[in-house]
Design a protein around this ligand. Sequence first.
Ligand SMILES: [Fe+2]
Length: 283
Amino acid sequence: MDCAKGIAVVAGTGRPIEEFEGVDRIDRPGPPLLCVPTTAGSSADVSQFAILSSPGRRLKFAIISKSIVPDVSLLDPDLLCTLPPRLTGSTGLDALTHAVEAYVSTGASPITDLFALSAIRRLATFLPLAVQHPGNAVYRNETMLASLEAGLAFSNASLGAVHALAHSLGGYLDIPHGICNAILLEQVVHCNFPYAADRYRAVSAAFGLEVWQQSSEVVCAALVDRISSFRRILGVDQTLADCGLTPEDIPVLTKNALLDPCMATNPRVPDEEMVRRCYERAL
Ligand SMILES: [Fe+2]
């Protein structure tokens, strides 16, 4: 779907795609865009984002523009019933990351909050069930709805450091986007938590954790632990070292992540040390 968005931009403008990297750079509409998602995760069918690989620069870059919100999005959960468990898990964890990042984003609003929390609740219950019972259309429908909700949330509230780090990492080592997010989410929650503690408390509650009588330290540790165990039961149990990352790669990844437009709405103003620490802890 992101590829289709890129093709639409080039068809509409006649210019190279990399000229449109960043926010609001498209000045001419493309042809009508109709999207039919076959995973419940990227939410590209409702978002104003396109993430494209630049093999020459070894990174993934973001194009963010209302011009690439699809004109029509057709959601059919039957199309998910042949999705393998591993892909169901990693794409669903991308949707979870969208919802969490949209909720703690500095661009969040009461409307995006509704969608984000609903997506987290739905994924906490139904994503493991969809992995265990791939042919069950009811579970698939719930994950597709969660992806839609997460997409409506993040397309309006934007994202944060998990996606900035994931774009840098995924383009450098060609690791699937959902896997990058799944491994990095717990590390970014750990680093961000003190800067948006009330927001992460609500995320924890949506995830089914008991939070209201607990200190911030206890809630933070419980949420990190919950995310970590959740991804493992979905089959994403690797470290970044397992994916081929070495300590020598971290400086260039850190530099690229700090330039990613998703950093603009992270609840903690990111610095080089924070980004580096997240990569190191995920090794
Ligand atoms: Fe994503």
